[in-house]
Design a binder for this molecule. Structure first.
Ligand code: PAF
Length: 281
């Protein structure tokens, strides 16, 4: 399976393809799991050529310890991709290849989408995501790019990026894939102890109950209830729980008919940060 390390090599490879071929991109940071497999399989179905990028992007980490501990296993990732389809092009550049000497993020105006939830707790995170995603779009020039709804805020920000930068790429959202107990699949789950990983189904169960309550209770009441559940639980520390409008990502104050809402959560389990979300209506 072709493993490509430089932009030049990738460019040459892509230029050698017929322009009529539909090109799909699945951007990842590696440590691939079944959530990624679902993205890659969808991309393979919907495109003639698929590029999977594997790059742990330093500018989107606000915490150097988190960056250091981010799981990396290129060999295992390549095996998994090969098992899906051996024609997939894997682009795994070095940090220098992407950033040269200047490992820093561009500054974007995401119209406030980046100021709440993840943006509030992870300074500059979305500028880092925007920087790498824009660069990958520029290198690969995909027709379709695939993103998981687990990072729903990221998905909305990338849609905004595409609109404001006038990029000719179709963003394809893919549903969250879950472990047996409901825990949203994430590369970070590998860092949980077996015991905590099993218990972490609690996060999704809480979201599901919040969804049931959404029919009859106010956002304020649901927020309070979730906070209390986590105080009682003990193994997990709640960073935030928010109910937000899916378009603006603004916290819900009063429900408006025809608007769509999601509940978003970030939790620490030991020193591992986990996020999840659920559609409420
Ligand atoms: O979702 C991710 O894994 C990353 O944020 C992405 C989109 C690959 C950018 O580094």
């Amino acid at each position: 399976m072709p493993l490509i390390k430089t932009k030049k090599e990738l460019d040459q490879k892509l230029k050698s393809l017929s322009p009529s071929k539909k090109l799909g991109l699945v951007p990842t940071m590696g440590a691939l799991h079944n959530g990624h497999v679902a993205l890659v399989e969808k991309a393979v179905l919907e495109n003639d050529v698929v590029v999977v990028s594997i790059f742990v992007n330093p500018t989107q980490f606000n915490n150097t310890e988190d960056l250091k501990k981010y799981p990396r296993d290129l060999f295992k990732d390549l095996e998994l991709i090969e098992s899906i389809n051996s024609d997939i092009l894997v682009f795994a550049p070095t940090v220098e290849e992407i950033y040269d000497e200047n490992v820093s993020a561009k500054k974007y105006d995401f119209n406030g989408l980046d100021k709440v939830m993840e943006g509030e707790f992870r300074d500059d995170h979305f500028n880092g995501v925007g920087t790498i995603v824009e660069q990958l779009f520029d290198i690969v020039k995909p027709d379709n790019a695939y993103f998981g709804e687990k990072d729903f805020q990221q998905l909305q920000i990338i849609r905004k990026l595409v609109k404001t930068q006038n990029l000719a790429v179709n963003i394809v959202p893919c549903p969250i894939v879950r472990e047996k107990n409901g825990l949203a699949m994430s590369s970070r789950n590998e860092r949980l102890s077996t015991e905590v990983r099993l218990k972490a189904g609690f996060i999704y169960r809480t979201l599901q109950t919040a969804k049931r309550k959404f029919g009859t209770k106010s956002a304020l009441k649901i927020r309070e209830w979730v906070k209390n559940q986590f105080l009682k639980e003990g193994d997990f520390t709640l960073e935030y729980f928010e109910i937000a409008d899916i378009e603006t990502l603004n916290p819900l104050k009063r429900k408006v008919k025809n608007k769509k809402y999601r509940a978003f959560i970030a939790v620490y389990a030991d020193d591992v940060r986990l996020i999840d979300n659920i559609a409420l209506n």
